[in-house]
Design a protein around this ligand. Structure first.
Ligand code: 9MR
Length: 356
């Protein structure tokens, strides 16, 4: 089957491709918490354990070993997004996501696609589309077919629409996609296109701050209902769960339970617990880490409370602190289950105690 190689469909030029330099290894890690011993998370949990990865991470042997040992599913952290895949001329590149997919196959791990439609990402090629050659809806379809079709048979699921709900929960976000294809219709179309491209992959609506802003959660839940009512082929809901150590107790559990109400698959899709963002706590580091472990435990317990058939996966947004995106905000933050050396932290132990 031929897949589109550009927004305009098949093109000879894009078949030539260009090599991707995967870049250098991450800088040397720093030591933190004392070592505790823990069996691999994937061996403890009765559901898939995911982690975000970048292709460059897989070139670090220690990190690659940790990922293969601990996780059963990989989510590309950014290289399956439009920012990577769509070149300015509208052709597609896949070197980095292919490297992640190959690693997943070699190690028997699942692959979770992230993310097809995101208000935050467009591409000059979409913005300057020559509609004499292809309609906007046609280019949108070509993109989704090319990306989902490439990993058909391997990807277990996809974040089809990411972060559709407005920050304050007042309606949905404005984007190039909503402007050109309709505020609601662009979402339905994305789900339909993804289903056509891979009928077996589970398709998700994914969002964040659902545990933090009740109004946003309510709008998210209403959107799911509306998509279902419109016949959009949505199989699951994702709650990113980027939270802080001062997260109000009970809200993560409430969110996961409410997301479960549709009987759809539930994905805790990008879990991490920031210490630096815990502005409400004036505590020393040890106390913050204790709070962090409590948040890990609450999330694990809440996920376990779902019927097993609804537990799609619990994905961390990275395994070692040293790779966390939150380091860009504060280099001292330590939000992930393993320290810079790949040793399990108290947070991992607390999480494991709830799922084992
Ligand atoms: O962690 C990701 C970071 O490395 C990327 O630069 C960024 C833009 O692609 O996306 C980050 O991941 C985000 C995810 O895709 C969606 N939810 C929020 C995540 C953290 O910003």
């Amino acid at each position: 089957m031929s897949l589109p190689t550009s927004l305009y469909g098949l093109s000879r030029r894009s078949l030539l491709g260009s090599a991707l330099a995967l870049g250098a290894c991450q800088p040397a890690a720093q030591s933190q918490t004392p070592t505790v011993s823990l069996p691999p998370l994937r061996s403890i949990a009765p559901f898939p354990v995911g982690t975000a990865v970048q292709a460059v991470h897989l070139t670090d042997p220690n990190l690659a070993r940790l990922i293969a040992a601990q996780a059963s599913q990989l989510t590309p952290e950014w290289e399956m997004k439009m920012e990577y895949i769509v070149r300015d001329d509208g052709t597609f590149r896949f070197e980095a996501p292919d490297a992640i997919a190959a690693f997943a196959r070699t190690h028997g791990l699942g692959l979770f696609g992230h993310t097809l439609v995101w208000y935050a990402q467009t591409s000059p090629a979409f913005e300057r589309l020559d509609e004499g050659r292809v309609s906007f809806a046609g280019a949108y379809r070509n993109y989704i077919h090319a990306v989902v079709g490439r990993y058909r048979g391997q990807a277990v699921g996809w974040d089809v629409v990411n972060e559709a709900v407005a920050e304050d929960g007042e309606g949905w976000r404005d984007s190039l996609w909503s402007q050109r294809l309709g505020a609601f219709d662009h979402m339905v179309l994305a789900f339909q296109n993804a289903r056509e491209a891979d009928p077996a992959a589970k398709l998700f609506l994914n969002d964040y701050n659902l545990e933090w802003i009740p109004k946003k959660r309510a709008t998210f839940l209403r959107l799911v209902e509306r998509l279902l009512a419109a016949g959009a082929p949505i199989d699951g809901v994702g709650t990113q769960t980027h939270v802080a150590a001062d997260q109000a107790p009970g809200e993560i559990a409430r969110t996961i339970a409410e997301l479960g109400q549709f009987g759809l698959q539930v994905h805790v899709s990008e879990f991490d617990v920031s210490l630096s963002r815990a502005k409400g706590l004036r505590l020393n580091r040890l106390e913050l880490e204790r709070q962090q472990a409590g948040v890990y435990a609450e999330a694990a317990e809440a996920f376990m409370a779902l019927p097993s058939r609804q537990r799609f996966a619990f994905s961390f947004w990275g395994l070692r602190d040293s790779e966390s995106w939150l380091k860009r905000e504060d280099a001292g933050d330590t939000p992930l289950p393993f320290d810079d050396q790949g040793r399990p932290k108290a947070a991992a132990v607390a999480w494991a105690a709830q799922v084992g």
